[in-house]
Design a protein around this ligand. Structure first.
Ligand SMILES: Cc1cc2nc3c(=O)[nH]c(=O)nc-3n(C[C@H](O)[C@H](O)[C@H](O)COP(=O)(O)O)c2cc1C
Length: 169
């Protein structure tokens, strides 16, 4: 995928809330403006990378892009699980991510337990791959230190321009 690593940021919006409740794996959803701006070569599937909430620390993350075939969603989503325990949810905050690599396609599973096990495998794979020298460098990218502290710093109308700047920063 020529567009990787891919940098993007956006406000955290509410999903269906199943990540925390049913899976025990909370996910932060991006708005349509971010989902619709994905380059064509970044297809649906599971990715790993780095993430930062507001001006906070940079943590490992896994992300699912697509229609969640297990739940048969009708709308494409981009859901990030930050590999870190947070005391509170962060709806309304700006989430900055760099997608570093691809793990697997999205699948439907026979049970919730199987979906949870697959996501936990993704998390373990991400933890290992992000320790390799090239992925590790991206944790310190200046993209994360230029994080806006509020959503007003990123008007939706500038989404495509800022997207270009992000990947050419
Ligand atoms: C790393 C990761 C892998 C995922 N893999 C799948 C998958 O293979 N199939 C699927 O239907 N959903 C997958 N999901 C999406 C979850 O089903 C989704 O995050 C959950 O339904 C919560 O969505 P909600 O926040 O909109 O409620 C994955 C999510 C993550 C974070």
């Amino acid at each position: 995928m020529k567009s990787l690593p891919y940098f993007c940021r956006g406000e955290v919006i509410r999903g269906f809330g199943r990540g925390s409740k049913e899976l025990g794996i909370p996910t932060a959803n991006f708005p349509d403006s971010v989902v619709d701006n994905l380059p064509a070569d970044i297809g649906t599937g599971i990715y790993y990378g780095w993430a930062c909430v507001g001006n906070g620390d940079v943590y490992k993350m896994v992300m699912s892009i697509g229609w969640n075939p297990y739940y048969k969603n009708t709308k494409k989503s981009m859901e990030t699980h930050v590999i870190q325990t947070f005391k509170e949810d962060f709806y309304g905050e700006i989430l900055s991510v760099v997608m570093v690599g691809y793990i697997r396609p999205e699948r439907s599973y026979n049970s919730l337990e199987a979906l949870i096990a697959a996501i936990n495998n993704d998390i373990e794979e991400a933890k290992v791959k992000l320790e390799l020298p090239e992925p590790l460098k991206l944790k310190d990218d200046n993209f994360f230190t230029s994080t806006p502290s509020s959503s007003s710093a990123l008007p939706p109308t500038t989404a495509s321009t800022s997207q270009t700047i992000m990947n050419g920063h």
